[in-house]
Design a protein around this ligand. Sequence first.
Ligand code: ADP
Ligand code: 5GP
Length: 206
Amino acid sequence: MMSRGILVVVSGFSGAGKGTLMKSLLEQYDNYALSVSATTRSPRAGEVDGREYFFIKKEAFEKMIDSGALYEYARYADNYYGTPRQYVDLKLEAGKDVILEIEVQGASKIKQRFPDAVLIFVTPPSIDELKRRLIGRGTEDEATILKRLSRAKEEGALMASYDYILVNDRLDEAVRELHAIIRAEHSSSRRKHDLIGKLCRELDDL
Ligand code: ADP
Ligand code: 5GP
């Protein structure tokens, strides 16, 4: 029987490189499914509706909240972001490891709801490097960048509650490490109750 996939939450400062990491992970390995969130923010240049996000209006987002279509949602820098339930359920059931790239409040809601979820926090090696990446990306104006950096201060305080801290220094190394963390989680004794039970029964029958 195919085993259910693992729910993986990836958070990290805006500009840490989460999007870049996810793209590379998905290109290199085929056991992952990346959940596409709904958001009320406007698309950045190059972003496609249904690929990076489902870009929707505030009213439509509030309808999704009211109808229970989201596993979690949060407000971030004046916009709503949320995780649609359906895709996550479908992919976990199909044995895929499902990645939610979400901010810290959403991550904590997911951990309450799914205690087996693995929480990974992505950071650059330094805050100077974070600023360089955020400014270098060139997709936000100065006011938005400042908002995101001040949000990073709040998020930094919650880093220690994550299961893993992933330093995204060299991209290829960070991708390999991310994959290794998730592979190792598959072997965790917490996820092997059925196998442990079966082996113990077989031992009893010796
Ligand atoms: P996030 O999704 O966390 O907000 P992005 O993936 O958009 O971050 O990355 C922010 C910027 O940093 C982008 O311009 C990206 O090309 C760059 N970047 C990502 N990872 C690295 C890395 N390991 N080294 C140098 N630059 C990186
Ligand atoms: P961005 O605007 O840079 O794409 O995303 C801003 C923040 O929202 C990031 O920290 C990102 O991880 C987070 N985010 C994206 N989708 C979701 C979601 O569905 N739920 C929550 N809680 N946060 C999300």
